[in-house]
Design a protein around this ligand. Structure first.
Ligand code: NDP
Length: 236
């Protein structure tokens, strides 16, 4: 699908990291980008710099998500908002952390798709890009977070089949370690933090993932890149 100013995209989690980089990259290709997240000050700055349209949104707000789908028909959804908690020791997570991780990473992603898909199907074109992780594909000591990304993996694979004949493509992105604010809150255990950084290597940067997403969404219409795994060269 050629990227130009006739195309619209909604990027969730666009206030930092991968989401922000993706919003910038799509905008740089002329796409009209709705940039959604809770930190509206960050989104406003992004809007001033790029022309993205800022949308204050908590993806766990069911009504707001539904209304968004109805109000802003989009060709591309980048379902990126997400977080990690209790990496390395899920049994230490509070119930609230478990619920928040599943709600943000899985339920909200499903509802975001449910909100935008009817419009895509009606127009006969669309592209859902789901942010998963390598944790969905390989064993890693991140059982809580990994189980949510495993769900996104299965969702992406199965949804693609459900959408056969509708003109809507589905892509799952599986990044390895990316420098972002993700790790500021994902690891709250000193010992686990030490373990997590033991495998020191040059991490990916958010632009690396944004470039991959642009590649996937701009592929010729006959091409559905159903999955893209992107690892730092030296990450085991
Ligand atoms: P960041 O912490 O930089 O970005 C997370 C984004 O999600 C922020 O924009 C945040 O916005 C948004 N977000 C979180 N909760 C909500 C919510 N309830 N409502 C709306 N937005 C929300 O991390 P990354 O850029 O690294 O993470 C982006 C995605 O990539 C996540 O899904 C993550 O799991 C995935 N990922 C990250 C990897 C990494 O190594 N960093 C590796 C593999 C996958 P705000 O707080 O303003 O609402």
């Amino acid at each position: 699908m050629a990227l130009d100013n006739t195309m619209t995209a909604l990027v969730t989690g666009a206030s930092s990291g991968i989401g922000e980089a993706t919003a910038r990259a799509l905008r740089a290709h002329g796409v009209k980008v709705y940039a959604a997240a809770r930190r509206i000050d960050r989104l406003q700055k992004l809007a001033d710099e790029t022309g993205c349209i800022p949308i204050e949104l908590d993806v766990r707000d069911r009504q707001a998500v539904k209304a968004l789908g109805e109000k802003y028909p989009v060709d591309i959804l980048v379902n990126n908002a997400g977080l990690g908690r209790a990496l390395g020791s899920m049994w230490k997570a509070e119930i609230e952390d478990i619920e928040m991780t599943i709600d943000t990473n899985v339920t909200s992603a499903l509802l975001m798709i449910k909100a935008v898909l009817p419009g895509m199907i009606e127009r006969g074109r669309g592209h859902i890009v789901n942010m998963s992780s390598v944790t969905a594909l390989y064993p890693l000591p991140a059982a809580l977070y990994g189980s949510t990304k495993g769900a996104i993996h299965k969702l992406s694979r199965d949804l693609r089949l459900e959408l056969q004949g509708t003109g809507v493509r589905v892509t799952e992105i599986n990044p390895g370690r990316v420098i972002s604010e993700f790790y500021n809150v994902a690891i709250d255990d000193e010992e686990q933090l030490k373990k997590a950084v033991e495998n020191q290597c040059e991490d990916l940067v958010a632009d690396d993932i944004a470039d991959a997403i642009v590649y996937c969404v701009s592929a010729p219409w006959r091409v559905n890149i159903s999955q893209m795994e992107i690892m730092p060269t030296e990450q085991t």
